[in-house]
Design a protein around this ligand. Structure first.
Ligand SMILES: Cc1ncc(C[n+]2csc(CCOP(=O)(O)OP(=O)(O)O)c2C)c(N)n1
Ligand SMILES: [Mg+2]
Length: 572
């Protein structure tokens, strides 16, 4: 779209309003990151006002495009944009940025601010979760879209910073995104040459674009051109490339317009200072020096997103009613999944074995139970980091998710545990009941994502086998010592270490049924006699007299520790 002079002036005013709100909020909080929101304001403005399909009044509308601010420290970019475009974020909340009880926290937190699609802040996690969301979109589309009716067809956008691009998890996730050909994933790389310690050349000199091309992405480099028309043309080209994810590289300048702070690392994580803010507003030709001043014409213009979003949602709803008429079962199933509701009656009967079933390793039990759970819960999907023959987590007959073919259920993450954790989170945020499996020792690699799942309170499931220090010949590198304790010490994470077939079944039922918390589960490599559990803590689940799951899990969590202790002793 090419625009006239008036429109250009209005665009500039809107972009500058995002900038000034961000500067003012950081100044008022006396902490935060002003420089990057200022630099990225044109991108956020373009995405929210010209590109993205979204409805500020209905932030959970399934037809919306997703946006992930991977560099979560630039959170004021998101809060300013969400407020100005009409989400339920108030100016008053922005004035209390970073203060206790303000939803506008230092880093964007899922579930606290409408329009925040995932919690970000630990660098690299956001872009990797966005990969999971883009994969989730393709997997939903493969299940539900019809040749002439596509209820699922949205883009996932992200902005990533140098820090994101330096983190290893990002490489893993982007490599897999390229391999899987996730064409509806479109990201910006904020190549501003600045990180906390100074110029990125201190530690970072690779050609990021060439790296992404090698991953199989479609890469465009706009260099210094952050003009809205150039940005828009780049996004539209990216959207035209259906079989590859896209990266748009922009060489930005941190704190643009700030006479004394632009291009300095001082603008990364400290307020600009009142005098510098005044000077910067003058450079922008901003109509007022008053803190938090929002020009009416900027607000009116950006709030047009509300009406447009209402219309987009109404169009989608109407199309969905047509879909429902033609495919009533699919429509009901999609709605159920997106609402996070499990199939009716799930878990009322759980597989169980009697005392004469003998010794069974819980990962073997888990393998059997996964088949039961997967049959009952179609949205259950999962995979491992190249360890499925050991973790025994394949869904029989579930096929493999591959590039261009996303309708199956088994995921192959490759040896990429870091990315697996974040991608599982992205899939869960898309409506799947996703799990990622690995050896307990490598849970360390996934800890960042597990922790984010716990903070978000989403039902991601992480399955860890080979949980004993008695892993044998593999030696100390493969012996989990502190991992279980570390996971147990993680707030808001349920860690269940089942001691037999029946407990494993209940653990899977619990993990699948939980709608608010992620679940961590360890299953043993070794045969565990149920009588061990019985003699330690009393057997609370009999095949004929099930105890309520909550009390059972709670009792047995402690019991597992006792069992582990008794098994550790012979190896010490
Ligand atoms: C995993 C992780 N490590 C460290 C940090 C602390 N941290 C916040 S921002 C940042 C780097 C800033 O550089 P960049 O990502 O380029 O952001 P910019 O300064 O350009 O906004 C660091 C190290 C973090 N948030 N996450
Ligand atoms: Mg940077």
């Amino acid at each position: 779209m090419t625009v006239g002079t008036d429109q250009r002036a209005l665009d500039e005013l809107c972009v500058n309003t995002i900038r000034t709100l961000s500067m003012d909020a950081v100044q008022q909080a006396n902490s935060g990151h002003p420089g990057t929101p200022m630099a990225l304001a044109p991108i956020a403005y373009l995405l929210y006002t010209r590109i993205m399909r979204h409805a500020p009044e209905a932030p959970d509308w399934p037809g919306r495009d997703r946006f992930v601010l991977s560099c979560g420290h630039a959170s004021m970019l998101l809060y300013s944009t969400l407020y100005l475009t009409g989400y339920d974020v108030t100016l008053d909340q922005i004035k209390r940025f970073r203060q206790l009880d303000s939803p506008c926290a230092g880093h964007p937190e899922y579930g606290h601010v409408p329009g925040v699609e995932t919690t970000t802040g630990p660098l690299g996690q956001g872009i990797s979760t966005a990969v999971g969301m883009a994969l989730g979109e393709r997997m939903l589309a493969a299940r539900f879209d019809q040749p002439d009716q596509e209820p699922i067809s949205h883009f996932t956008y992200f902005i990533a910073s140098d820090g994101d691009m330096e983190e290893g998890i990002q490489s893993e996730a982007s490599s897999l995104a390229g391999h899987l050909g996730l064409g509806k994933l479109i990201g910006f790389y904020d190549d501003n040459h600045i990180s906390i310690e100074g110029d990125t050349k201190l530690a970072f000199s690779e050609d990021v674009g060439a790296r992404y091309e090698a991953y199989g992405w479609h890469v465009q480099n706009l260099h210094e051109d952050l003009g809205l028309d150039a940005l828009e043309a780049a996004v539209r080209s990216a959207r035209d490339v259906a079989d590859r994810p896209s990266l748009i590289i922009v060489r930005t300048h941190i704190a643009p317009g700030s006479p004394n702070k632009q291009d300095t690392h001082g603008a990364h994580g400290s307020p600009l200072g009142e005098e510098e803010i005044r000077l910067t507003k003058e450079v922008y030709g901003f109509p007022s020096l008053e803190p938090f001043f929002v020009p009416e014409e900027a607000l009116d213009h950006m709030r047009e997103c509300v009406g447009r979003g209402r219309q987009m949602q109404a169009d989608w709803d109407e199309a969905f009613e047509g879909y429902r008429a033609a495919h009533p079962n699919d429509a009901a199933e999609l709605e159920r999944m997106l609402a996070g509701r499990l199939p009716d009656g799930f878990g009322t009967e759980v597989p169980a074995k009697g005392p004469d079933a003998g010794m069974i390793a819980t990962r073997k039990a888990s393998q059997e139970i996964i088949q039961w759970a997967a049959a009952e819960v179609p949205e259950m999907v999962g995979g491992s980091a190249d360890l499925a023959p050991s973790t025994l987590t394949l869904i029989d007959g579930g096929g493999s998710v591959e590039a261009g073919s996303y309708g199956d259920r088994n995921l192959h993450f490759g040896i990429r545990e870091h990315a697996m954790g974040a991608i599982v989170n992205g899939l869960v945020l898309s409506g799947f009941r996703a799990y990622g499996a690995g050896f307990l020792i490598f849970s360390d690699y996934m800890k960042g994502s597990i922790r984010l799942a716990a903070i978000m309170g989403i039902p991601s499931t992480f399955v860890f086998t080979h949980d004993s220090i008695g892993v044998g010949e593999d030696g100390p590198t493969h012996q989990p010592i502190e991992q279980l304790v570390t996971l147990r010490a993680t707030p808001n994470l349920d860690v269940v270490r089942p001691a037999g077939f029946n407990e494993t079944a209940l653990a899977w039922r619990q993990a699948s049924a939980v709608s608010l918390k992620p679940a961590g589960r360890t299953t043993s490599t070794f045969g565990v006699a149920r009588s061990w559990a019985s003699c330690s803590i009393g057997w609370c689940v009999g095949p004929s007299s099930p105890t309520p799951i909550e009390s059972c899990v709670k009792t047995k969590v402690d019991g597992m520790c006792m069992i582990a202790a008794s098994r550790i002793a012979p190896f010490m």
